[in-house]
Design a protein around this ligand. Structure first.
Ligand code: ITT
Length: 189
């Protein structure tokens, strides 16, 4: 079974296809013209908007992932704006480290909200996953993407970028949201 994955982020696509291996479900990119406007005020809203845009161009069942890093000492920032927090990914990491200079409470979490729409754009299921941790003093590791090099996973003592893809997928916000979503998708046939 093929399901459209409403994203422009190849790292997300790679991760969700890795997590779904053996499930009989393959996620594919939307048709050309996919251009979502992410102007919602919550992860839920933006996730819905992306899935809806994928249905518009592809006319197929579509799943979207809206995710972000929420830092307690920054009142939840960059949160919804994680992808737009600074220019390059390295600049985003530098900005977080700078804003947390001298801050002792470095607790943070990754959040992922997934929305599955049918080919008519009706909501079939929404799932959410979180992963707790803290922001490291220095970046470390080269795996994964985004803020992984500065996110130390609770109870693991290493950054997400120091984990193998498999290890990350077992405990990540995306892995958790997708596990719930796959359980739902299995009930469809
Ligand atoms: P799409 O909207 O096209 O799916 P995006 O990268 O713009 O791709 P989001 O709007 O959901 O995605 O923003 C999520 C950002 O949060 C992402 O760009 C990363 O900076 C960060 N992020 C999300 N999941 C992450 C993960 O597993 N590891 C590291 N950073 C992550």
């Amino acid at each position: 079974m093929k399901i459209v994955f409403a994203t422009g982020n190849k790292d997300k696509l790679r991760e969700i296809n890795e997590i779904s291996q053996g499930s009989g479900i393959e996620f594919i990119l939307p048709e050309a013209g996919f251009n979502p406007v992410e102007d919602g005020l919550t992860f839920e809203e933006n996730s819905y908007k992306k899935a809806k845009e994928a249905v518009r161009v592809s006319h197929k069942m579509s799943l979207a992932d809206d995710s972000g890093l929420c830092v307690d000492a920054l009142n939840g920032a960059p949160g919804l704006y994680s992808a737009r927090y600074a220019g390059t990914q390295q600049e985003k990491i530098n900005k977080i480290l700078k804003e947390l200079e001298g801050v002792s409470d470095r607790s943070a979490k990754f959040v992922c909200v997934m929305t599955l729409l049918d080919e008519n754009g009706e909501i079939l299921h929404v799932s959410k996953g979180e992963c707790k941790g803290e922001i490291a003093e220095h970046q470390s590791g080269v795996n994964g993407f985004g803020y992984d090099p500065v996110f130390v996973v609770e109870n693991y003592g290493k950054t997400m970028a120091e984990m193998s893809e498999d290890e990350k997928n077992q405990i990540s916000h995306r892995g958790r949201a997708l596990t719930d979503m796959l359980n739902f998708i299995r009930t469809l046939h």
